[in-house]
Write a protein that binds this ligand. Structure first.
Ligand SMILES: [Zn+2]
Length: 468
């Protein structure tokens, strides 16, 4: 904790409070006031505990406000991001976002990176493309050039190029998705298909998905209910077909699965700059395959804790057989939160769930089913708020929260601290003498910011055989 204080690590704000016995003041870990000597510091889990020990709140970092959930700087950033996303056309470029923010350029970059894992330019580009997508669907007769201009692109060709890069198809093909069951997503040059194939084939017990050769079939849950998603994988493109429901929703699943909107090339450049070309060798275009839904990622994070991978797969299979929905082709669609919420934790004990795991799985599903945890909202709120929201749930610790943020929500700068795949990867890739502990892992991973999720993905692969 003291190391975190020395680094003014804002991610630790709220996790603990720093009391300084000589000054009688308690602070947030990230307080910018002069750093105390370690012998004078005591740590407290809450503001109340610090006050009970006779300390007063710091007037510089306002720990009490923070603990109450008031975080004025974060609130300003959230409002700014909201404005950019609602009306990207009001911002001609990244500089306009800086001007609107009222922060200096360096500070705004720092805040956007910390709270949203993004840059002003990237935020603006994604906001433009998201708005363009809604216009394409809502106004099917509108031609493309006015759409491009309306959301702020300077030309139709830039719009086309960026749209295709992040969506794997043209704006016109995207528009056709609302009435299509089949579509094709183009893959970037050098996409490492063998790694995707391995990811899709990893769960040997899976009853929701199946990979046979290059044909992948997955029972997924769309807004109307369960459906079968069939993909034919080729080195340059993925041909997709959805059995029912919306092609738009199926397309979103496919681009998440192949990780199309992740900036693999930027991470590969960073690795080379750090002298770690070996980390990305043979797979510079590696992406993180996203889970088919946030709920799937959340269940998996709870089920996978503290047990080995094959056993975790087995437990997941049993839960899906118990609460999922048979859909044909021998596959079962994953359960809804409501279906799992309706179980009694005791129902899961014969399936070999531990009492605690059964409680966590059912209690979290109830939070969602009762509307007390809004999973869809997690896609738009800041990374900081997502982290706080998920950490407050019983059964989710820092590992699970970062895992969910990385695999189910697509945040690019997460590290599942304490993950053995990450520490083994670091040990080998950096040729360390001993396995790094959590603090050393955090320090080492800092060099990969703002692409720590992709760094994690590469470290997971580092000690694995190269897939064919
Ligand atoms: Zn302070």
């Amino acid at each position: 904790m003291f190391a975190r204080v020395l680094e003014s690590d804002a991610a630790c704000n709220g996790r603990f409070f720093t009391g300084v016995l000589t000054t009688g003041i308690y602070c947030l870990p990230a307080c910018k006031a002069r750093k105390p000597k370690p012998e004078n510091v005591r740590f407290f889990p809450t503001c109340e505990a610090a006050r009970e020990a006779g300390l007063r709140a710091c007037k510089k970092c306002h720990p009490d406000d923070f603990a109450r959930g008031a975080d004025p700087v974060l609130a300003d950033i959230e409002m700014l991001v909201g404005e950019v996303r609602t009306a990207p056309q009001n911002f001609t470029d990244a500089r306009a976002i800086v001007r609107r923010s009222g922060f200096g350029t360096t500070r705004l970059f720092e805040l956007l990176r910390l709270h949203y894992h993004t840059t002003p330019a990237d935020l603006l580009l994604r906001a433009r493309l998201t708005t363009a997508k809604s216009i394409l669907i809502a106004s099917p007769a509108k031609s493309l050039a006015p759409v491009a201009l309306e959301v702020g692109f300077e030309s139709l060709s830039v719009f086309h190029e960026q749209f295709r890069r992040l969506n794997g198809l043209t704006p016109a093909a995207y528009r056709a998705l609302s009435s299509a069951r089949t579509f094709t997503v183009a893959l970037p040059d050098g996409y490492p298909l063998p790694y995707l194939r391995r990811a899709l084939n990893r769960d040997i017990h899976s009853v929701t998905e199946r990979l046979q050769g290059d044909r992948y079939t997955s029972a997924v849950r769309l807004s109307h209910g369960p459906a079968l998603l069939r993909l034919d994988l080729t080195p340059t493109a993925i041909d997709a077909e959805i059995s029912s429901g919306s092609g738009l929703e199926a397309h979103a699943l496919v681009i998440a699965l192949v990780g199309l909107d992740q900036d693999a090339a930027a991470f590969a450049r960073l690795a080379k700059k750090l002298g770690l070309a070996r980390l990305v060798a043979g797979r510079p275009e590696l992406r993180i395959a996203q889970t088919p839904s946030i709920y799937d990622g959340l269940l998996w994070a709870i089920i996978g804790q503290q047990i080995n991978f094959p056993f975790a797969c087995l437990l997941k299979r049993r839960l899906i057989e118990r609460a999922g929905e048979k859909i044909g082709d021998g596959l079962i669609a994953p359960p809804t939160p409501a279906a799992v919420a309706a179980l009694d934790p005791a129902d899961l004990l014969p399936l070999q769930f531990s009492r605690q795991k059964a409680d966590y799985v059912v209690a979290t599903s109830r939070l969602i089913a009762e509307g007390r945890l809004d999973l869809d909202a997690l896609r738009t709120i800041s990374a900081t708020r997502v982290e706080r929201t998920l950490l407050a749930i019983r059964g989710l610790g820092p590992w699970s929260v970062n895992y969910i943020m990385m695999r189910a929500l697509g945040f690019p700068d997460c590290v599942p601290l304490g993950d053995t795949g990450v520490t083994s990867g670091l040990l080998a890739a950096l040729q360390l003498d001993e396995r790094p502990d959590i603090d050393a892992t955090r320090r080492l991973m800092a060099m990969f910011a703002p692409y720590r999720s992709l760094a994690t993905a590469h470290l997971w692969q580092f000690n694995q055989p190269i897939p064919t």
